[in-house]
Design a protein. Structure first.
Length: 169
């Protein structure tokens, strides 16, 4: 009999797969149907299922090796697709991502100071965390926002080069 952790078909794994499969639906509601209310409700529901699948896995002995990988992947994709879609849609101000850079630029020197001989090193560490955590959150939001723009810029550059090569022949 296989080890319980090697099981593939568990309720938490099914929930994680459903969450992943609903990401295109979220994008369709947001961009294809321009239905922000439905997209918001779906995103909220998908977010709550993260807690639900973890609860079921732990309390009903359905933790699996696949679930240990699938659940965090679903979490990250839900975050990136959800936040990225909202940023691209324009429902969230772009300055929100710029705040991340500022927070990190404040946090890193404070972390360094916290490991120095300064008399206020303990305070510096607290301040570093206060600035750094929101900085990370905003930084990830910014990353999600800029990756699609970068990909589009690469595609446009390649298309331009291909057109120049084609016209030179």
């Amino acid at each position: 009999m296989p080890d319980r952790a090697d099981r593939l078909l568990t309720i938490p794994n099914v929930i994680s797969v459903v969450r992943l499969c609903c990401l295109p639906l979220f994008l369709y509601l947001l961009f294809g149907r321009d239905n922000r209310a439905a997209a918001a409700w779906l995103l909220a529901a998908l977010g709550t299922t993260d807690w639900i699948d973890g609860y079921i896995a732990r309390h009903f002995d359905q933790v699996s090796e696949l679930g240990k990988i699938l659940d965090p992947v679903a979490d990250r994709l839900l975050f990136f697709v959800g936040v990225g879609g909202i940023m691209i849609d324009g429902s969230c101000p772009l300055w929100f991502g710029k705040a991340g850079t500022f927070g990190l630029m404040v946090a890193f020197p404070l972390f360094l100071a916290s490991h120095s001989t300064l008399g206020w090193a303990d305070t510096a560490e607290v301040l570093a965390w206060i600035a750094g955590i929101p900085g990370l959150v905003f930084g990830y939001i910014s990353l999600v926002m800029y990756v699609p723009l970068g990909i589009e810029a690469l595609r446009a550059g390649r298309a331009d080069r291909a057109a120049r090569v084609g016209s030179a022949m």
